[in-house]
Design a protein around this ligand. Structure first.
Ligand SMILES: [Cu+2]
Length: 126
């Protein structure tokens, strides 16, 4: 019952706070998100293991610029920067998501379109 050495979670700064690690049971190393012909992402949420990557496929008839939240600075998850602009028919894979957290994404050309928003949940590898 001694004094537990607890490190305080200091500063509410502007930097994103990592989300609580979740057990990664069954999380795939990688996932694919398709922009369907309807112009909506499917699925809108994927869960991957830490270190994994996500491939975006554009099956829509127009261009999309898939970017990390927040719009317009895209600073939350720089791994998304490797996806970016996708012409119809194109696909591209993100960098490795090495941080356990949740990454929101959007189409930079249509940031208010909820059908093009989603989340990548990165969970700890057990
Ligand atoms: Cu944006």
């Amino acid at each position: 019952m001694g004094a537990a050495a607890v490190v305080a979670c200091g500063g509410g700064g502007g930097r994103g706070t990592p989300t609580t690690p979740t057990p990664g049971g069954g999380a795939s190393a990688s996932a694919t998100i398709v922009i369907e012909a309807s112009g909506r992402v499917n699925p809108s949420t994927v869960t991957i293991a830490q270190g994994g990557r996500v491939t975006f496929v554009n099956r829509h008839t127009r261009n999309h610029d898939m970017s990390s939240d927040p719009h317009p600075t895209h600073t939350d998850c720089p791994e998304m920067g490797q996806v970016g602009f996708l012409a119809p028919g194109q696909s591209r894979t993100s960098g490795n998501f090495n941080t356990v957290r949740t990454c929101g994404f959007h189409d930079h050309d249509a940031p208010g379109d909820m059908g093009l928003r989603g989340r990548i949940v990165i969970v700890a590898v057990q």
